[in-house]
Structure formats: C-alpha cells, structure tokens
Design a protein around this ligand. Structure first.
Ligand code: NDP
Ligand code: MG
Length: 380
C-alpha cells in the first residue's frame, strides 16, 4: 500500500512512520510533508529516497503532492487547515484518508464527509473505511460501532482525562500560565492539542468530530471525565447494552487500526492490564470551571460557520496564550467574543468559503484585547 504522510515530523506523523516501519512488506511511503526543513525531516528524506518530500507547502502544494504521488492512503497529521484541499483531493482521487487533524473535520467537516460519502459509494465501502478516524476516542467509537446497525445506536460517550486542571478552582484555572497548562497528566502530544486538553476545548472539538463522522446528533454524544485514560469511548445501543474500547494511552494503537483497517496489525503497544490498573473512575464534566468546553458544545449545535469560528478563534487564542500575551482564561474569553462577532456568518458552501471565514476570524482574534485581569502578570 502506497502511503502519504502530511505532518510527517509531528507527534502523530512520527508515530505513524514508526507503525509503517514495523510493516515494511505492507507500506511504501510515497510522500512526506512537514512545515519546515529540520534534522528530523532530512533523516526522513534519506530513509525514503523515492518518496516525494516537501516542506512549508501551501494548500495547493499539498494537493499537487497528493496528485503526484498517487497514494492509496493519506495520513493527515498536520495542524490547522493547510491540508483541507489535499484531504478533499485525496478522497476524490480514490485514496483512503486516515484523519488525525481535527481542525479539518470541525471547520470543513460537512464538505469532507460529503466527499467521503461519494468516494465510499464509488468503491462500495463504508464512509469510515474511506475517512478513517485516528483520534483515540473516535477510533474507540469506530471499533465499538463495527458490525452494528447504525439504527440501533442510542448514545456515544467520549472520555477525557480532565487535563492538568481537573481538580482546580475556576479562578485558579483562569489565571494559569503556559507552563502549568503544558503539563498533561497522561498523553504526550503537540503543544496546541495539549493546551486544548487543559481547557477541555479539545473534548468539545471531539464531540463535534464525532457528530460529523458518525452522523449522530450533538445531544446524543456525552463526555465522561476519566483520569486514567484507559477507556477511550463507549457506545450505548438499543436494548440496554453498552460497548467500550480500552487501551493504554498510546496513539500508535489507533494509528495502526486506521492504517491497517480492516485488519488489526501487530504493534509494540501492550494491552491494558486491568488487574494492574485497579480502579477506573468516571465523572461528569464541569461546564462552569471549563467554559471553553461549554462554548465548543454550543458551537457544535449551531453548524459549520460556528464550528469554523470556534476552531480559528481557539487556534489564535492558544498561540497568544503560549506567547505569554494572556492568562489561560483569555482562551475562552476570546472564543466567546469571536462566536458573538461571527454569530451571523453564512454557512460555508465550499473549501474556499471555509478558508475565507477562517482568515476573517483569525484577523479578529489577533486584534482582540484581553481584559486587564487576564493580561496581568504576563510578559506582553
Ligand atoms: P504537531 O505539532 O506535533 O505536528 C504537526 C505537524 O504538521 C508537523 O510535522 C509540522 O511540521 C507539520 N506541518 C506544519 N505545517 C505544515 C505544512 N504546511 N505542510 C505539511 N506539514 C505541516 O501536532 P500533532 O502531531 O500533535 O497533531 C497533528 C494533528 O493531529 C492535530 O490536528 C491534532 O489535533 C491531531 N491529534 C493529535 C493527537 C496527538 O496525540 N498528538 C491526538 C489526536 C489528534 P514542522 O514540525 O516542520 O512544523
Ligand atoms: Mg483525542
């Protein structure tokens, strides 16, 4: 199978290459893309001398890369929306897409799902075989849904570790700094998603992702705070039965499931040892202490213009927070301001609309000023 990896040097990209290298008889890496020239990227170039390799590519460059390399499978593991047109091009060109990049599904999901649906009808497979979730919770739900009748699905549950601020008070969370927010208790990930996990915005994005990928209404998708990160997702079916997926927190497992589907490939990830794990706990999320989660869930019920606004505002907010321009509470404050400002934005009809809204929201978010309390004590 010919594989293209967009975001090859990142946390997910690196682990995907690790999975591919364990199955050299199965995968040939035909394209590699990263944001910048780095030592890691030049090592990858040497390891895959026949692959098309680009850095700092534009949206159009990434489309050209997919067209030139003719992959069977594209792993989308970049950040932001740079790979949205390439994702659509891959699906339309007949490749399966393993999607880690949640920005694409949250901002442009309806378009991507429509492209996946058409592709699935063309080749006679399921939508999820064409557009394969990589995110651990969505992989869990996909695994629970395998072989089930969609009409018998009552409720989806996603778990969240709760992040480093799980037990802190609202005021303390609002005043937190980047260093505190970057200390994730269970997963090692890129900086953006680590901050989103601390604010629980990530979980809101994931509920939206699940809503789009599995075509289940927002109101039927629930969150459980589960600090051990062992159960990743659950599906309740008609008749009172619930299925859950368990695994140690290691992304190589969901990456391998997406890359090998429908086969379960061997990985170096070990199974959960329930006897060693001991107690597993589950709690309801607190939408008051984590206003970013409340805002994300509200945006999810309002459609693609609101979810596109959410993801662009959050991205700029996280960048400004990491740059020390504001305290942690500035993130939900900025998201709320953007959702109000763009409350009447028209729903995007194509990729150009999605990207235009994204740019408008980013411009607004870069100019937004935090309150004095949220800016205080930072080095702005
Ligand atoms: P990282 O920040 O670790 O990696 C991002 C990757 O994208 C890097 O390889 C980066 O290259 C590359 N990139 C940046 N710009 C471009 C471009 N123009 N063309 C091609 N590649 C580019 O992020 P993560 O791996 O953590 O996350 C990737 C995506 O997966 C995100 O959307 C995230 O939400 C999602 N995700 C991540 C999880 C995780 O465990 N990490 C779990 C679930 C989802 P360079 O290094 O040169 O800048
Ligand atoms: Mg996740």
């Amino acid at each position: 199978m010919r594989v293209a990896i967009i975001g090859a040097t990142g946390s997910i990209g690196t682990q995907a290459l690790d999975v591919a290298s364990e199955h050299p008889e199965r995968f040939t890496v035909v394209a590699l893309a990263a944001g910048s020239e780095s030592e890691r990227f030049s090592t990858l170039r040497s390891a895959h001398p026949h692959a098309h390799a680009i850095t700092g590519g534009s949206r159009e460059d990434l489309v050209a890369l997919i067209e030139a390399s003719a992959p069977d499978l594209v792993l989308v593991a970049s950040t932001g929306l740079v790979a949205l047109p390439a994702t659509l091009a891959a699906l339309r060109g007949g490749a399966a897409v393993a999607i880690a990049n949640k920005e694409t599904i949250v901002a442009g999901g309806e378009l991507v799902i429509a492209a996946a649906r058409e592709a699935a009808a063309r080749v006679g497979t399921s939508v999820l075989e064409r557009l394969r979730p990589v995110d651990s919770e969505h992989s869990a739900l996909w695994q629970c849904l395998a072989g089930e009748d969609p009409a018998s699905v009552a409720t989806l549950w996603l778990t969240a570790s709760g992040g480093p601020f799980r037990e802190r008070g609202a005021a303390e969370i609002a005043m937190a700094t980047a260093e505190e927010a970057l200390a994730h208790p269970t997963w090692t990930m890129g900086a953006k998603i680590t901050i989103d996990s601390a604010s629980l915005v990530n979980k809101g994005l994931e509920v939206i992702e699940a809503h789009r990928l599995f075509a289940v209404p927002m109101a039927q998708i629930h969150i459980a705070i589960h600090p051990q990160s062992v159960v990743h997702g659950l599906v309740e079916f008609t008749g009172g039965s619930t299925k859950a997926q368990l695994g140690v927190p290691d992304m190589r497992s969901p990456i391998a499931y997406a890359m090998g589907y429908p086969e379960r490939m061997a990985t170096r990830v070990r199974s959960v040892n329930l006897l060693e794990r001991g107690t597993l706990s589950f709690d309801a999320p607190d939408l008051v202490r984590f206003p970013g989660l409340r805002l994300a869930l509200e945006a999810g019920t309002r459609g693609q213009a609101a979810t596109g606004t959410l993801i662009a505002a959050d991205d700029v907010a996280v960048t400004r927070f990491l740059a020390g321009e504001m305290r942690f509470g500035g993130i939900p404050a900025l998201i709320e301001a953007a959702l109000t400002q763009f409350a009447h934005a028209a729903s995007p009809r194509d990729a150009a609309d999605v990207l235009a809204l994204d740019e408008e929201v980013r411009t607004f978010a870069r100019g937004w000023r935090p309150s004095a309390a949220l800016a205080r004590g930072t080095h702005a």
